[in-house]
Design a protein around this ligand. Structure first.
Ligand code: NOJ
Length: 474
């Protein structure tokens, strides 16, 4: 069905712009929206609102995961800027560090650094919740580890050793406190990123691995060699454990193993969390199960297939110019949470749809750095889908390798970008005016729904647009 068949009112003016212009403008707007949600007037400096919405759903909290995602983007902006602009980003990060110290030391129901959310005034949330969520400390330490390298390069090592990583045990510094927790507790069951299932999660382990690998490197640089070795040993154990999530029969990485509690209706065990994991845990220095790995492309393909016919809005699949609009993606096919009701019907999410877009841009970029693409039985469906998106008639065969100089390699890399754009067209269709993004868009009407101005949606958009630029520039 073409976009012209959709109720005219959901087609916002932005949709009529050329894609490149729209991405550029929306990226800048996303950064503005992100900054608006940092250090709200009624909160402590350094807190990050998940969303300004206070009811139905009430997201007026500092979620450790969402805040770390946000700050990961602020670290990138810090690294890219200079002078006053950089100082401003530095202040935001210092505030975040101070707020984090409060989070790490305030008594909470889980009494661990895996406590998932706090009031923006720093107080603990004492009501029942899915806790702990142990991706939190991993996310937080990864972000601050990356910032530490920037600070060291900017002659600010004293702040790093004094506040961020002190090398003592027990530690009084934020990164080391989190890393010690991750290194000693990654085997503990915890709640997943959707705060529903208690068990062992692919998403959580991927973040834990990257935090330990990059944390070990920082520890080494700062002379904490014993800790560096220990973090690397644990990271290796996590890497071995991650292969257990591959289900050969299903053809994708499953989300959770060793279920111990919480919701239990995810019969497929297929979850956007796996793709979000490869995007978020991507480490250029210590790559592992990256977005171009064939198992990740197989998992992305399975997700696409599962959602394509699940939501009626996905039948709108072409722009007026005949450009493809790929399906809106939800958290997992059996999901029932829609923001106001945990009994459904569930909707597609911006950040899940963007995860598939980002995987395509990243895969294109990473294949180019690797210099070849080998077609396997796992990635052939995904690669073929990308060729179809580009209207290419190329036929792939399992076992063939295409080198960087070949025409097929170039076509495949362009096809992956076209695929990323097709998912981005979905986001473009449902985005509000001035680049507004909520958490979800309605599965039937396409209108934005659930928490408005979700910080994580803006962060996902910003990061995806960043990777799009990279993929186009190579
Ligand atoms: C609910 C989501 O499932 C969770 O991942 C997120 O951290 C919170 N909302 C806040 O955005």
């Amino acid at each position: 069905m073409s976009i012209s068949n959709v109720v005219e009112s959901i087609i916002f003016p932005s949709y009529k712009q050329d894609l490149n212009t729209w991405v550029k403008q929306s990226k800048a707007l996303s950064l503005d929206h992100i900054k608006t949600n940092i250090s709200p007037d009624d909160g402590l400096q350094g807190s990050v609102l998940a969303s300004p919405q206070r009811s139905n759903p009430d997201y007026y909290y500092h979620w450790v995961r969402d805040a770390a995602r946000t700050m990961s983007q602020i670290v990138l902006e810090y690294a890219r800027t200079s002078g006053e602009e950089q100082k401003n980003y530095g202040r935001m990060l210092e505030d975040y560090v101070e707020f984090t110290k409060i989070n790490q030391t305030t008594p909470t129901p889980s009494n661990s650094v895996g406590e998932p959310k706090f009031y923006v005034n720093g107080q603990a949330y004492f009501f029942p919740w899915g806790r702990p969520q142990n991706d939190g400390p991993a996310q937080r330490s990864l972000v601050l580890t990356r910032w530490s390298h920037e600070l060291i390069a900017n002659d600010q090592k004293d702040y790093v050793t004094g506040v961020l990583y002190d090398g003592t045990d027990p530690s009084f510094s934020v990164i080391k406190t989190d890393l010690e927790f991750v290194a000693h507790h990654w085997q503990d069951p915890c709640f997943d990123l959707w705060e529903e299932v208690n068990g062992t999660h692919f998403y959580t382990r991927m973040l834990q691995r990257s935090s330990l690998r990059e944390g070990a490197e920082l520890a080494e640089i700062l002379g904490d060699t014993g800790a560096a070795n220990f973090y690397n040993q644990q990271a290796e154990l996590i890497e071995n454990s991650l292969s257990e999530f591959w289900d050969d029969e299903k053809g994708y990485f499953v989300a959770t193993l060793d279920y111990v509690g919480g919701l239990n209706y995810k019969s497929s065990n297929l979850d956007a969390a796996v793709i979000i994991a490869t995007d978020q845990a991507y480490s250029a220095k210590f790559p592992f199960l990256t977005p171009c790995s064939d198992q990740m492309l197989a998992s992305s393909y399975a997700l696409h297939q599962a959602f394509d016919s699940l939501y009626s809005i996905n039948s709108v699949n072409q722009t007026m110019e005949g450009e493809p609009i790929f399906p809106g993606i939800g958290r997992y096919p059996e999901d029932k949470y829609n923001g106001s009701n945990s009994n459904g019907p569930a909707n597609p999410w911006f950040l899940c749809t963007l995860a598939l877009s980002m995987v395509s841009y990243k895969a294109s970029t990473l294949f180019k750095s690797e210099g070849s693409i080998t077609v396997t039985s796992k990635n052939i469906d995904y690669l073929t889908m990308s060729l179809n998106t580009l209207n290419s008639r190329l036929k792939l065969k399992v076992g063939e390798t295409h080198q960087a100089k070949s025409a097929t390699f170039k076509t495949l890399c362009n096809a992956l970008i076209a695929l990323g754009d097709a998912y981005l067209n979905r986001v473009r269709l449902h985005m509000g005016e001035c680049g507004a993004l909520s958490e979800q868009f309605d599965r039937s009407t396409g209108y934005m729904t659930s928490a408005r101005d979700l910080t994580w949606s803006y962060v996902a958009f910003f990061a995806t647009a960043d990777w799009r630029e990279q993929s186009l520039s190579r």
